[in-house]
Design a protein. Structure first.
Length: 391
């Protein structure tokens, strides 16, 4: 037997959308048959037990969610953690006070994420976002390039969850702009958090209204060292919730990091190898997170921050290489490099504005309206009972 198609009535003009299409927008919709309007074979539309205005409001919210789902989705998603305790006091180093709540990447920007970025915006690579050492320096290698200018393509070498390195402050700023502009194919790298307009040197400051940015030094510092839970909680010396220098054993032990404490973390050998990759994957030190659940703010690669020291930009966090010991992981240590520097132990993570999910907001609105309808129905039912006593 052939069944009639089911539609949702959207407006007085009787424009209808297929139920099968709209039910994808919200599982909640499928559970409420009162929203269903059926188009019979003659084209007449009959709605089942709902006032048109209320039905329109609910369906409009669900259609908005469905329309949002059809928009271009970002090619890269960055896991973030919220850094609360707004208005906290600074450390005795003078750093760490932040007046607002913000979010920061839980992990360093990875090789996988950066490869996707390159394939999106660097077919010509006008701004030198790729460094050939990303493929040839085997201690940190992770991205190869093929083709010629205008048709470059990029591929991962090894695990994509290790941090990208050989990136300048400008590379990080262009990645932030790309994220702010939707992280889609061809999204702009030149405007957004930073107005770059082709700049590859000099000092560029963050724009008001930025939604993705290189964290300020206070933001980075707080996410790494603050003890949390109040505005005067104090600070740890190391970003592993410890005042004792970390070990460097990969795994789930507490207070560990990827740095050289006499031996390399990856090999547990003091001997260096030209062919060994010394970077560790995101979260490799599973129980060595900061209070706010960030990983690898100590070791792996130094991370750019947005501080300005004359012609230089700031870096913090330490690195895997023998050139830096446990001191480089601590709160008292920082570096200042010219922002165009691209070195094997330099990487970054991003900060952003914590926002509730669009789907969650629309879903809550729909649920609220459905609850209101249910209450109205119960009130009306009680009223009918009072005016029609049982016989």
């Amino acid at each position: 037997m052939k069944t009639s198609p089911v539609f949702i009535l959207l407006s007085a003009s009787r424009k209808a959308w297929p139920w099968s299409l709209l039910s994808q927008a919200s599982p909640a919709l499928a559970r409420h048959s009162r929203l269903i309007c059926i188009a019979n074979g003659g084209g007449a539309i009959r709605c089942l037990g709902m006032r048109t205005r209320t039905a329109f409001l609910i369906v409009a919210a669900l259609v908005a969610a469905f329309t949002f789902s059809l928009q271009a989705q970002p090619l890269v998603t960055i896991e973030t953690v919220t850094v609360g305790d707004a208005g906290n006091s600074m450390d005795n180093t003078g750093y760490g006070a932040v007046t607002n709540v913000f979010a920061i990447g839980q992990y360093e920007v990875s090789l996988s994420q950066y490869t996707t970025f390159l394939n999106s915006v660097a077919a010509t690579d006008t701004y030198n976002l790729y460094n050939a050492s990303m493929a040839t320096f085997l201690n940190t290698a992770g991205i190869s390039r093929s083709g010629s200018s205008g048709s470059y393509s990029y591929a991962l070498v090894g695990s994509g969850s290790r941090p990208v390195s050989y990136v300048s402050w400008f590379d990080a700023a262009r990645f932030a702009n790309w994220m702010q502009n939707g992280a889609t194919n061809g999204a702009s790298t030149e405007a957004g958090a930073y107005t770059l307009d082709g700049a590859t040197s000099g000092i560029i400051t963050k724009n008001a209204g930025a939604t993705w940015w290189i964290p300020g030094e206070d933001e980075w510092y707080k996410a790494a060292y603050y003890k949390g839970g109040g505005t005067n909680a104090g600070y740890w010396l190391y970003p592993t919730q410890s005042d004792t220098a970390p070990g460097n054993i990969i795994g789930s032990a507490t207070n560990q990091a990827n740095y050289n404490n006499g031996v390399y973390s990856v090999t547990q050998s003091e001997e260096a190898s030209n062919t060994q990759n010394y970077l560790t994957e995101s979260g490799a030190f599973g129980d060595s997170e900061s209070f706010y659940d960030t990983y690898d703010q100590g070791g792996n690669v130094f991370e750019w921050n947005d501080s300005i020291q004359g012609p230089y930009r700031g870096l913090r966090g330490g690195a895997w290489t023998v050139n830096f010991n446990y001191v480089s992981l601590g709160s008292s240590f920082s570096l200042d490099y010219v922002p165009q520097s691209e070195i094997y132990y330099l990487g970054f993570r991003l900060a952003t504005v914590p926002e509730p999910s669009t789907y969650a907001l629309l879903g809550l609105a729909a649920i609220g309206m459905l609850a209101a309808l249910r209450r109205r129905k119960l009130v009306r039912s009680d009223a009918l009972k009072n005016t029609n006593p049982a016989r």
